[in-house]
Design a protein around this ligand. Structure first.
Ligand SMILES: [Zn+2]
Length: 87
């Protein structure tokens, strides 16, 4: 017994890319790791959670994010000057 209609699949809304801002290359300064001065970074995925109390679904939510870490010492960008340990 099918009526030819599939139940709607709840896709998460597509995230829209923010419009790219034109930047004068002369204004671009290379970012280097403040710990080891390496100019190379890789993009990694961070994961946050929303507790079931705060979640709209009533279940714990996994919220992915993005971060850049130094390829040499794995220090996340922007965290180099924090005095805490970085692992
Ligand atoms: Zn580094």
């Amino acid at each position: 017994m099918t009526n030819g209609k599939k139940p709607p699949i709840p896709f998460p809304p597509q995230q829209q890319q923010p419009p790219k801002i034109a930047v004068d290359p002369e204004n671009v300064r290379p970012k280097v790791c403040l710990r080891c001065a390496s100019p190379f970074f890789i993009q990694v995925v961070t994961v946050g959670t929303v507790s079931e109390i705060m979640s709209p679904t009533g279940q714990e939510l996994i919220v992915p994010g993005k971060a850049l870490v130094c390829v040499n010492c794995n220090t996340p960008i922007g965290e180099e000057n924090k005095s805490g340990r970085v692992n």
